[in-house]
Write a protein that binds this ligand. Structure first.
Ligand SMILES: C[S@@+](CC[C@H](N)C(=O)[O-])C[C@H]1O[C@@H](n2cnc3c(N)ncnc32)[C@H](O)[C@@H]1O
Length: 178
């Protein structure tokens, strides 16, 4: 799977699109293969690179981005890789608020990879949207802007969290039933 994404990876790097990349991508793929999530929410679609990995096991993904150009590319890339994805063109913070309010559904896995300062504001709602034993992953966890998110996931009573030290890091949390 990661090898099949080499062209998209190289093309994205050349164009300065900040995708997950193959090293973190291989780790994410191992999580998908181990836990087999069926319903996935992604905040930050870009051109679909990480979404293809998330959906490679046949899961249904809802993925949110504000950039129409990238979302259009993602739509094409998802079709190429036969990924079952619904792209929502809206603000990620507002989207999770809406889903919580509507009590529409819960997810097996949520992947956060959008504006770093928005990580903390979505945390409470993302925990609500996760099923028990669901997985919360956030990318670029050592980057400026998401320190408060990192501290919160490390100390949250409902989360069991570890930091994955690949490049600028990811947080990996499991939601426990209180
Ligand atoms: C790091 S990129 C996502 C990379 C993608 N997850 C991947 O690895 O292939 C971050 C994306 O978040 C989007 N974004 C930024 N602020 C956002 C917001 N408030 N709501 C939704 N998406 C946002 C940007 O348009 C950008 O495409």
């Amino acid at each position: 799977m990661i090898d099949k994404l080499r062209v998209l990876e190289q093309n994205s790097i050349q164009r300065g699109i900040p995708i997950l990349g193959s090293e973190k991508g291989a780790w994410l793929l191992s999580i998908v293969q181990k836990h087999k999530p069926q319903r996935i929410l992604e905040l930050g679609t870009a051109n679909g690179y990480s979404g293809i990995i998330l959906g490679s096991g046949g899961a249904r993904i809802v993925t949110v981005d504000i950039n129409i150009v990238l979302a259009t590319e993602a739509n094409y890339n998802f079709a190429q890789f036969r990924i079952d994805a619904e792209i929502r063109l809206e603000d990620g913070v507002e989207y999770v608020q809406h889903v919580v309010k509507e009590k529409k559904e819960q997810f097996d896995l949520i992947f956060i990879d959008f504006a770093k300062k928005k990580y903390f504001p979505v945390l409470k709602n993302c925990i609500k949207l996760l099923k028990d034993n669901g997985i919360l992953i956030a990318d670029n966890i050592t980057m400026e802007g998401c320190q408060n998110f990192r501290e919160a996931v490390l100390h949250h009573p409902q989360l069991q969290t570890e930091i994955i030290n690949i490049k600028d890091g990811l947080s990996y949390s499991i939601k426990r039933h209180l």
